[in-house]
Design a binder for this molecule. Sequence first.
Ligand code: GTP
Ligand code: MG
Length: 209
Amino acid sequence: MRVKSAGFIKSATSPEHYPRDGRPEIAFMGRSNVGKSSLINSLLGTKGLAKTSSTPGRTQLINFFLINAAFSFVDLPGYGYARVPSEVKREWGPMIEKYLATRPNLVLSILITDLRHEPSKLDLLMRDWLIEKGRPFVIVATKADKLSSNQRRTNLSRASAVLGKENPIIAYSAITRSGADRIWKEITTRVADFGSGKPLVKPSGSHAD
Ligand code: GTP
Ligand code: MG
């Protein structure tokens, strides 16, 4: 995928502030500090477009970015960071859920976990949410560069045992960009399907009917 242009559109907390351009959207979600913004930047080949931080809970709004004037990346606030004040935490769930439940042009969600750790209860909850809402998704296990190739293999099969073998998991590193081609393939396929008017296909293993 050649990224010719990438720019910030806007931040939003509620549907009336989402962009109204109708372009297909790809949402990035996962635990706070897991590497959502780093994944966005490294896929796009930009450094500071999505703000990254070693302080968890940095992204507290829904941030929209326009790519090649054709589709958008959506950086969702991270969940599950204990030290965020409870009134902020209370707003996160509904903010993310509202976006997932109502956005008609959401064509793909990228659920991000940390390859070093076993997927958490919140990761499982997110996966269940996506299945329940009939949203196509892929799981990306990031920070793969922090592990040896042996550990990568072991941890990938552990993650897949926890999250379900029917949900393929792509190992990724924002440092080496290994895994980027597979992620781009998922994105471009969904964007093209949206353009051709194909209905969204529910993920395999969906029990949403
Ligand atoms: P919030 O917006 O706070 O929820 O965080 P986030 O999920 O957007 O994480 P962010 O991209 O800000 O990354 C958090 C920290 O992890 C930063 O210090 C990144 O440099 C680091 N990081 C992210 N991805 C990788 C990766 O693939 N490899 C390595 N080594 N570090 C990474
Ligand atoms: Mg972030």
